[in-house]
Ligand binder design. Structure first.
Ligand code: ADP
Ligand code: MG
Length: 256
């Protein structure tokens, strides 16, 4: 049975997509069967996996509206060894179209049940909002991975997400838990970042992953080559950190 995790944070530009794509590639590299689900209409995780969002015949949109099954809609990330259920702008419409449908929050959960045996990990890249798409992700998942920059106000922003997760846990998905908080774009030379990092550990204890993802320009360059950083430049510090994170995840799920 696949472990299904959402990569979520209601802020944009915090590293959700970079985390999803590189964790997927890192897990694939250590022999895990991975499906990446792009739930963001921007389609960045799709493009960053080397799948052209403009050429998608079927996407997560058709899957949510039940006009396609997951198996027929997935594609292989050409260089990275995992499968992609892609997204493009069409998905923005789903946020509205789903409202009128039965089981509107549980559509993705029902769809992923079709492929639970095919994968070890399903990673869902969420959009930067707490709308119906993210809700579908949270309902489908066993846990949430929260990428976070160690900046001022970071903890404050986290409380909205933690409250949403608590509500979803109480009302819609009793399985849901925070798997962990991942410190990303970290620069140890910045004292403030070290301080916020310590605060995070004080608040969340062992829910803070051991692995820290450094700020690394190779991770930012990789998407324009249609590859996860882990594949594009395996020697880069950021890539090595994501491979270490993949190992940490494999160890962590054994304790769930
Ligand atoms: P989100 O999906 O939360 O909007 P992204 O993963 O797209 O965030 O990241 C936002 C921007 O920061 C992108 O331009 C990305 O390439 C860059 N970025 C993400 N992580 C890193 C990192 N560790 N080092 C350098 N740049 C990064
Ligand atoms: Mg994103």
């Amino acid at each position: 049975m696949a472990h299904i995790f959402c990569i979520a944070n209601q802020k944009g530009g915090v590293g959700k997509t970079t985390t999803t794509v590189n964790l997927a590639a890192g897990l694939a590299q250590i022999g895990q069967r991975v499906l990446l689900v792009d739930l963001d209409p921007q389609g960045n995780a799709t493009m960053g996996s080397g799948v052209d969002k403009r050429g998608l015949k079927l996407s997560v949109y058709e899957v949510l509206l039940e006009s396609a099954g997951v198996r027929e809609a997935v594609q292989r990330a050409p260089a990275a060894g995992y499968d992609v259920l892609g997204a493009n702008r069409e998905l923005a419409g789903a946020e509205v179209e789903l409202v009128a449908l039965a089981q509107r929050e549980r559509r993705l959960k029902a769809a992923l049940a079709q492929v639970a045996q095919d994968y070890d990990f399903v990673l869902i890249d969420c959009p930067p909002s707490l709308g119906l798409l993210t809700l579908n992700g949270l309902c489908a998942a066993h846990g949430v991975i929260v990428p976070m920059q160690c900046e001022y106000f970071a903890l404050e922003g986290l409380s909205d997400l933690v409250n949403t997760i608590k509500q979803v846990h109480a009302k819609l998905n009793p399985d849901l838990q925070i798997i962990g908080i991942l410190r990303v774009m970290f620069d140890p030379r910045i004292t403030l970042q070290q301080q916020v990092s310590e605060q995070l550990k004080g608040h969340f204890g062992d829910k803070v992953f051991d692995t820290v993802i450094p700020r690394n320009v190779r991770l930012a360059e990789a998407p324009s080559y249609g590859q996860p950083g882990v594949v594009f430049d395996p020697a880069a510090k950021g890539s090595q950190a994501f491979v270490a994170f993949a190992s940490e995840m494999v160890a962590r799920v054994q304790r769930l």
